[in-house]
Design a protein around this ligand. Sequence first.
Ligand SMILES: NC(=O)c1ccc[n+]([C@@H]2O[C@H](COP(=O)([O-])OP(=O)(O)OC[C@H]3O[C@@H](n4cnc5c(N)ncnc54)[C@H](OP(=O)(O)O)[C@@H]3O)[C@@H](O)[C@H]2O)c1
Length: 400
Amino acid sequence: MIGVTILGATGSIGVSTLDVLARHPERYEVVALSARGSVDKLYQQCLAHRPRYAVMAEPDAAEQLRARLKNEAPEIKVLAGQAGLETVAALPETDTVMAAIVGAAGLLPTLAAVRAGKRVLLANKEALVMAGRLFMDEVRAHGAVLLPIDSEHNAVFQCLPRDFGSDLQRAGIRRIVLTASGGPFRATPLDQLPYVTPAQACAHPNWVMGRKISVDSATMMNKGLEVIEACWLFNTTPERIEVVLHPQSIVHSLVEYDDRSLLAELGSPDMRTPIAHALAWPERIASGAPALNLLDLHLDFERVDYTRFPCLPLAYQALARGGTASVTLNAANEIAVAAFLDGRLAFTGIAHVIERTLADRPVREPASLAVILEEDAAARAQALQHVQGHAARGAVRSSA
Ligand SMILES: NC(=O)c1ccc[n+]([C@@H]2O[C@H](COP(=O)([O-])OP(=O)(O)OC[C@H]3O[C@@H](n4cnc5c(N)ncnc54)[C@H](OP(=O)(O)O)[C@@H]3O)[C@@H](O)[C@H]2O)c1
C-alpha cells in the first residue's frame, strides 16, 4: 500500500485527490489529512477516509476536531499548528505528500516533505515561487521526487522525454507553451473591470477552484506564478516560455522540439487527471475525469493582452529582477487578493498594489529560508499599506 498525506485536504485539490484515492483502495492508504479551520469538512473526511492523523492548522479548530472524533474515531490522532503539518508531511508511513495548501502557508510543510525525501505532488505553486532555488536544491539533496499538479506543468511534464535530465537544450526542446484560459474577464469591457465583484471573479468559465487561485486566474497572476514555477521545475528561463490564451482549457500546455514537433496534452478541464497521473507515475490509473469527444472539440488560441492583464508582465518583471523579487510579488498578490475578496480593494487595484510593493522593496539574495520569510513578512506589511492607501482615497470602486 502507498501511504498518502494530503496537506490542504478540504480544498478543491484536496477533495479531488480524495476522490481519486477512493477509486483505488487496494493501492492507496490515506495516512493524514489537514485543513486550516474547516472543522466540519475535515471531520466528515476523517469519518469517510479513516486517516491515522488529522491536523488543523488553527489550534482551537484542532481542539474542536479532537472533541468530535473522540467517540466516533478515537484511533485518529489529531495534531495542531505548523508543527503538526510538518510532522505529517514527514511520517515514515507516508510515501506521497499532496502539497495542496493555498499560498505561502504551504511553504514550510511542503519543504518538510521534501526534506523527508517523499514523493511530493506540488499543487502549492506559491512554495516554488517564493523559494525556487532553495526548494529545488533541497529536492536534489534529499532525493525527493517532485511531480507537478498544475495542469499546465503536468502537461509539460507528460510531453517531456523520460530521460529529460533538467536540460531543455540537450533534450532538443526549443520552447514550452503554457496555455491560459483568460478567466472570466477575457472579454469584459476594460472600463467595467474596476467594478467586477468577487463572486464574478470566482466564477471561472472552465475550472472549479479555490477562491484565491480563481482570482489569480481572473487577473492572470496565476499564469505569472506558473511561468516562475515552470522556470524552476524545468530549469529554464522565461525567454523559452510562451503564454497563449486558449479559452477552452482543453490543451493544457505544449512542448516544441527542435524538429518543430509540438507535443501537447489534451483532456477535460478536471484536476483529477493530473492528480491521478502524478499519484501513479510512471504507471497510469483511472482518474474519474470524463473522456474528451474529439468530434465536439473547437480549439482557439489568442495572444495575451497585457493592458487587460497587467499582473502577467509584473511577474515577468519580478523574474527579471531575480533574488527575492518573486517573494515580494507573491506576498503582495496574496494581500491584494485577500483585500479584493473582502471588498477592501477594487479588482484593478490588485495590480496597482503589487506594482507599488515591487517598486518599494529592495531585492536581496534569497540565501536562506530566513531571508525569504523576512521578505514575505516585509512585503505583506508594505502591500497592506498600499491597500489602505487605496481605501483612504475611496478607490475601492473606482481604481481604473
Ligand atoms: N484548484 C485547482 O484547480 C488548482 C489547480 C492548480 C493548482 N492549484 C494550487 O493548489 C493550491 C490549493 O488550491 P485550492 O484551489 O485547492 O485551494 P482551496 O480550495 O482554497 O483550499 C486550500 C486548502 O488549504 C488549507 N489552508 C488554507 N490556509 C491554510 C493555512 N494557513 N494553513 C494550513 N492550511 C491552510 C485550507 O483549509 P480550510 O478549508 O480549513 O481553510 C484548504 O484545505 C493552491 O496553491 C493553488 O494555486 C489549484
